[in-house]
Every structure is written in C-alpha cells, then in structure tokens.
Design a protein around this ligand. Structure first.
Ligand code: SF4
Length: 495
C-alpha cells in the first residue's frame, strides 16, 4: 500500500481588492458589477480539491479585508493567489503583506492574466515565488506535495535571484481526473454569499468542461487557459456531482454550468440534461445563440430554466470583426425558439468592439429591444492581455489606457477609435440600459415577478437601488471616460 504523500499546509486565496469585486477564480471579466454579484472561485476550488487539508478563502464575497486575511499567513506553508488583470497590483500588495507576516511562506500566483506573462509577473515582486501556467490544478498539487519546483511542469519560478521555467504541462485530456468542487464549496464557502442577478438564489456553479470551439477575439479564457477544443467530463461524472451537491446543499435552487459554451457538444448537453431531469433539479448554462429547437426542447423538458447568451452586438459586421461565428438571423431564430419553449434568456452585449460606430450602437440597442431577452448585461469592450483583441488594439492604436477598471473596481472604457471616442462608448452603456429596462413592458414583467414572490421582491428592490446608484455614478463620470486609478505597479504585459 503506497503511503499518502505529505502536503504543505496550503491556502488558496482570492485576495481582497476592491469592495464587492467580482474578480475571483470564476469570473471571466473581473469588475465590480452593476449589482452586487459573485461567481464561485471554481478555478481555485479544483486544485483545492486535490490538496488534502487545504483551505479556500474567497475574500470579496466573504467581506474580508487585508487585515482579516493577514493572520492566515502564519497558519500556512504555501499560499496560492488567483489574480486578474484589474486586480494584479492589489494582489501583489497582498502577497507582500502575507510574506511580511510569515517570511517562510511560499507564494504562487495563478490565473489567466499571469499565465500569459509568467516572468513579467514574477518580476513585479520578490514576494512571488512562482507563477503557474494555464491549467494549474496538478501543478499546484505537485508543489503542495513538495516536489522541487524545477521538476514541476508548467511553472516559472525564482531560484537564487534569477528566473527560470519548466517545460509546459500537457493539456488535461481526461477531465474526469478533476475531483468534484462541491465538497470544497461545502467545506470552505457559504453558498448564500454568492449572487448573480439573473440566477435563483442560492445557486451553485461549476464546470463540466474547458475550452470553447469559437474564436471570439475578445474572449479571455479560450485564448489563455482553456483552448479551442471543448474538453469535457463524462456525463456520468457531471450528473454524479450534481446528485452529490443536492445532498450537500438542499437549499440550493439552481445549478449553473459555467463552461464557456455548454452547448458546444449538443448530444452531450442533451445526455447531461436527461440525467439532470432524473434528479429533478433546476439548472441553467452558457449557450451560443445557435442551439437548434430540438436540443432546446430536450434541455427545457429536463429542468433547464435559463440560458446565458453572448449576443455581443446587433451588427453582423461587428460579429464578423470579432470572429463570433454567429449570424444575426440565426440568433433571432434561436431567441424566438427559446421564448416559445419558456426558456429565460440573459443576453450579454458589448459596446465598443472593433468597427463600432454610432450607427452600430443604435443597431445593437434596437436588436436587443427587438429580440427582448428577459435580462441583459452590457459591458465595455475589454482588451485583456493574451487576447487577439489586445494585440489588435495595441497595433492599431486603439488602446488608450491599460486600466480595465477604475479606482472603485468598476469597468472603464479603454478603447477609442478615430471616429468614436471612448467617452462616447462609455456613455452608450448607460443609454443602452435605460432604453432596455425603462420600458413599460420590462417594468411590468419585473414588477409581476416581484409581486409573485416576497423573496424576489426584497432582492429586486435591493438590486434596483444598486442599479440606479450604478447609473448615477456612470452619469457623474460621463464626461470623463476613465477616471484614472492609482498605478502602484503595472500589470504584466503580454510577451
Ligand atoms: S462563444 Fe463565448 S465563450 Fe466561446 S469564444 Fe466566443 S465569447 Fe468566448
């Protein structure tokens, strides 16, 4: 019988940064949202599940400050911090403070932002001992097991004052090797602290696969950590985790599959749906706006409540520019079908993508009003390092600032074009929201939902107040597209 290896006492930390910052290891586009919302730190929960005795601390949802997390440094040998482009400077300061409290603490950084510029991240601070590459689950497990860093694939590290790196880690093909994350959620997180406005509360989200077949130029994860093949867990593995979760969390009202595009493999999506149907759970997922009616029907008949759909733009030219691989007429048909089946849609849109003009902004707003998703989210184009959009923006001189969020963690407008300023793009976001939500049809729909359920009433009133505050803040900043935050240390640049 082989002995269980000793593991370093390991802390997985989503550090405190901006108040209410939804930027953990499960947030694609890290920012403080219009209404308080948090994704689960799933990318950290996966290695945490591989390291016995570890602890996952997700500071922003838990309301933890730097003073709250610093004492933890004394209790651990290894701290793994998940970072992001907007929060990198903050996260470095947290690493330095942890190291001051415990000088022998080994500190590693993970996340898409540093995976694409590992040495640059190491150079940012001597407090960072190593940076892991794209898929870091087993990399971190081996570090926690005490393997010498020069024998752990997929690492850049500091040795005797210089930087070195090991060969890349092979892409994970057998996704069933990843253990369930719900046990870590149950052990270390409080599910009631996780809110997403359009999901029932409490909800639980996890991944059933990694990667997306599409090649949207702005999209962070497939271009940095997931790749363009949809690598999936088996149907049985996924259904077993949800069955297990229903026992751990009887209070959970909805499960969300946060794969980049859960519908990339339609037969598998249908098979998972049938398994979930047998469990009788309510669930939702990310989808591209091209799922055929027959599949939508199978999903709906087996508990699907909502689809999160990235429409991005109502302009076919812009969809082509960003390589969305989607036709507007197909998106319209998909939306009609979903509505006919009673599937709710949260549609996401982006202002300021390449090719944006005043006319395409109008086209997109009209498109959204026309297809009328139940709820929408409007973002500003965000060129993350490691994406084709970032490269294109740099080459063509569109990138007018590097800071993706302001001093409060709220998204800023960083792309500007000769014919369309970033101030104008910034202003279009508020206009979009106002024209979509301040319509009698939407107000009645939301009001009706609130009247039917007192819990929804309380939640929507709170969210409504936050949303109006958000719009008010935008309006105050309107003339100044990007209130420049302090820049204590620059984030890693793309290699
Ligand atoms: S389809 Fe969605 S997840 Fe896939 S690359 Fe495009 S934006 Fe990203």
């Amino acid at each position: 019988m082989s002995a269980m290896p000793d593991y370093a006492r390991t802390l997985f930390l989503h550090p405190p940064s901006f108040e209410g910052f939804d930027g953990g290891a499960g947030s694609r586009y890290q920012a403080r949202r219009e209404v308080r919302s948090f994704w689960y730190p799933t990318w950290l929960a996966q290695p945490a599940a591989l390291v016995p005795g570890s602890r996952l601390v997700d500071a922003p949802p838990a309301g933890l400050t730097l003073d709250d997390v610093l004492p933890l440094a004394r209790d651990y040998d290894l701290a793994v911090l998940h970072t992001s482009a907007p929060s990198f400077a903050h996260d470095v300061r947290v690493a330095e403070a942890l190291r001051e409290v415990n000088p022998s603490l080994r500190v590693g950084f993970v996340g898409a932002h540093v995976a694409v510029a590992r040495e640059a991240a190491l150079r940012a601070s001597a407090a960072i001992d190593f940076v892991a590459g794209a898929e870091f689950d087993f990399t971190i497990q081996e570090v926690a097991q005490g393997h010498p860093l020069d024998r752990v694939a997929g690492l850049s590290y500091r040795v005797n004052g210089r930087l070195d790196r090991t060969p890349e880690r092979a892409v994970l093909e057998d996704m069933d090797r990843l253990p369930f994350v719900v046990d870590v959620y149950e052990r270390d997180l409080e599910v009631e602290r996780y809110f997403i406005g359009y999901l029932l509360h409490p909800y639980v989200s996890l991944y059933t696969g990694r990667g997306c077949r599409s090649k949207c130029t702005f999209c962070l994860w497939p271009q940095t950590v997931g790749g363009h093949r949809y690598r999936t867990r088996s149907v049985e593995h996924v259904v077993a985790e949800i069955a297990h979760a229903t026992k751990l969390f009887p209070q959970v009202k909805e499960y969300f599959f946060d794969d980049d595009t859960f519908t990339d493999d339609l037969p598998r999506a249908e098979a998972i749906a049938r398994g979930l149907g047998r469990l009788g759970v309510t669930w939702s997922c990310n989808a591209k706006a091209d799922v055929p009616y027959a599949t939508l029907k199978v999903l709906k008949d087996n508990g699907l409540r909502l689809l999160l759909v990235g429409y991005e733009s109502g302009s076919q030219a812009i969809l082509n520019n960003i390589k969305k691989g989607l036709r507007i007429d197909r998106a319209r048909e998909f939306t009609r079908n979903a509505r006919a089946l009673g599937i709710k849609i949260h549609g996401t849109f982006i202002m300021g993508l390449p090719g944006e003009t005043r006319e395409t902004i109008e086209e997109t707003v009209r498109f959204a009003l026309d297809i009328d998703p139940d709820t929408i989210q409007v973002s500003l184009a965000a060129p993350y390092p490691g994406t084709a959009l970032h490269r294109e923006a740099r080459e063509r001189g569109w990138l007018q600032d590097n800071d993706l969020v302001d001093a409060g963690g709220v998204q800023t407008s960083v792309l500007g074009y000769p014919h369309l300023s970033r101030t104008e793009i910034f202003g279009s976001l508020e206009q979009f929201y106002r024209r979509f939500y301040f319509r009698p049809r939407k107000i009645f729909a939301i009001g009706g939902e609130m009247l039917r359920d007192p819990a929804v009433l309380r939640r929507r009133l709170s969210e409504g107040a936050q949303f109006l505050k958000f719009l008010g803040r935008r309006r105050r900043l309107g003339g100044d597209a990007v209130p420049t935050p302090p820049k204590p240390r620059t984030a890693p640049a793309e290699p």
